[in-house]
Design a protein around this ligand. Structure first.
Ligand code: KIV
Ligand code: ZN
Length: 514
């Protein structure tokens, strides 16, 4: 079996998805979970793109030692310098230099001739190799590039010191057969390819990201780049969990394996979904809520007789069994052990908040599940210093022939309280109009989604919102037993994150100016 290196780019390409804006702390939490999952390489961000990205990559490089950490850099010295400053303390410093090689990108975006592109690639890779023990070179839009030119630039990049060559399908244009042919061409024609690992990186514009990644692996790729839940630019990237499970279940066909701990997949998916506020559709392969649900009578009958009649993946394989040996009589110690198992590593104060919410939920809900615990953890693990406003009271009056009215009390960071009432054409609008008045921002609602954490009448409600603030969008989530309370919490969560982001940007600006 060939070992395939898994390169996760959820925190870089995934984070480029509209509406996702993770805090440094959230990125660190995801990176720790990726390490637990056994990802070989974590692309933690693009250090030169913003001070926030730089800081996140730096903290991840300083903290996560079980995976190799990398950062993206354009083919220019200042980007590579910035990546080095962020990554130099990592266990195995690695940089990912990219430069476009397709005619359309070279002519219209870079405005460079092919010769100039080769020159710049060589210069950058050589410069990066003076600092980093591992240099990856990506020929951006490789899949729409001319093959003889690709051969030339790959050979030059390897000679300059690249040990990984990535051939991305940047716009998700190719079919599996075409990707196979490209990888076979490169393997057979690039004369020094034995000195590098070939990597594949596929976008999902035509829904073929995972199939293309698997085809590339069959045709010789030794590294696969992907994201949790397939998050990423436009239609997203190839989904890590689908590639990993396909390689495992069809190892007879692919003759390749990863070093991943597959039982961490469901947990990783849930964490990324919560922190990014990107829902996992119920029918999503491997990690969707229905991936192991058998609805029709014929299927259920078959399953009872022999599970293999309708189940090629077991829920246990991906950690999707949600048994919770805890209830309202459980003690704090057992609760803490369970939370640690789920990846919680917060303070005792946070633990106490989640424990109290758990006890309250046990009084309201017949069966508390692991998914409920994930929701409670996510609800309670926000940065203390990014909580400008906290919801302390909410009352909504609604009648068919009355104007809905919300009365809300909020606690501010200095512990003072403010109270306000407002109206709207519906209950949620009344809440949001009131909160907008109280928090003083000029926000508009870009998206509002509601879902139950588990089925059943007593399920927890989870609300995801996206608000537009000036020139960017910010997501927020809220969990509560009541839909309106969850709605208010989600909006406040987004507002708090906008305020934290602005404070952070101001602080960084002040540092630069001084
Ligand atoms: O899709 C792409 O081409 C990329 C590169 C930066 C590798 O994300
Ligand atoms: Zn990409």
């Amino acid at each position: 079996m060939r070992k395939i290196n898994v390169f996760d780019t959820s925190l870089r390409d995934g984070e480029q998805m509209p509406g996702i804006a993770l805090t440094v702390k959230e990125k660190l939490e995801i990176a720790r979970q990726l390490e637990r999952l056994g990802v070989d390489i974590i692309e933690a961000g693009f250090p030169a793109s913003s001070p926030g990205d730089f800081q996140a990559v730096k903290e991840i490089a300083e903290t996560v030692k079980g995976s190799s950490i990398t950062g993206l850099a354009r083919a220019k010295k200042s980007d590579i310098d910035s990546a080095w400053e962020a990554l130099k303390s990592s266990a195995e410093p690695r940089v990912h230099v990219f430069l476009a090689t397709s005619p359309i990108h070279m002519e219209h975006k870079l405005k460079l001739t092919p010769d100039q592109v080769v020159e710049r690639a060589v210069e950058s890779v050589r410069y990066a190799a003076e600092k980093f023990p591992h240099v990856q070179f990506s020929a951006e839009d490789a899949n729409r590039s001319e093959w003889p030119f690709l051969k030339r630039i790959i050979e030059a990049a390897i000679d300059a010191g690249a040990s990984v060559i990535n051939l991305p399908d940047t716009v998700g244009y190719r079919t599996p057969e075409e990707i196979s042919k490209l990888f076979e061409f490169v393997t057979e024609n690039v004369k020094n390819i034995d000195r590098a690992i070939l990597s594949t990186h596929n976008h999902d514009d035509l829904g073929m990201g995972v199939a293309n990644s698997l085809a590339a692996i069959s045709a010789g790729a030794g590294q696969v780049e992907c994201t949790i839940n397939g998050i990423g630019e436009r239609a997203g990237n190839a989904a890590l969990e689908e590639i990993a499970v396909a390689l495992q279940i069809r190892s007879d066909y692919y003759q390749a394996k990863t070093g991943l701990k597959l039982s961490e997949l469901k947990r990783t998916s849930a964490l990324v979904s919560r922190l990014t506020s990107m829902n996992v559709p119920g029918n999503k392969a491997v990690v969707g809520a229905n991936a192991f649900a058998h609805e029709s009578g014929i299927h259920q009958d078959g399953m009872l007789k022999n599970k293999e009649t309708y189940e090629i993946i077991t829920p246990e394989l991906v950690g999707a069994t949600s048994t919770l040996p805890l209830g309202k009589h459980s003690g704090r110690h057992a609760f803490k052990t369970k939370l640690n198992e789920l990846g919680f590593s917060g303070s005792d104060e946070k633990l106490q908040t989640i424990f109290s919410a758990f006890k309250q939920l046990c009084d309201k809900k017949k069966e508390v599940t692991e998914d409920d615990l994930y929701a409670l953890i996510a609800d309670a693990t926000d940065d203390q210093d990014s909580t400008a406003y906290e919801l302390t009271a909410l009352q909504v009056t609604y009648g068919m022939n009355h104007v809905p009215t919300a009365t809300i009390r909020l606690k501010k960071q200095d512990d003072s309280e403010i109270e306000e009432a407002g109206t709207g054409s519906g209950s949620v609008e009344a809440i949001y109009n009131t909160l907008a008045k109280m928090t003083g921002g000029n926000y508009s609602l870009a998206d509002y989604r509601i879902q139950s954490v588990n089925g059943g009448e007593d399920a927890l409600a989870e609300v995801h919102v996206r608000i537009k603030a000036d020139d960017f969008e910010q997501s927020g989530r809220g969990v509560a037993h009541d839909v309106l309370e969850a709605s208010a919490k989600a909006y406040l969560h987004a507002v708090n994150r906008v305020i934290a982001r602005k404070h952070y940007a101001k602080r960084e600006m002040a540092k630069v100016e001084s």
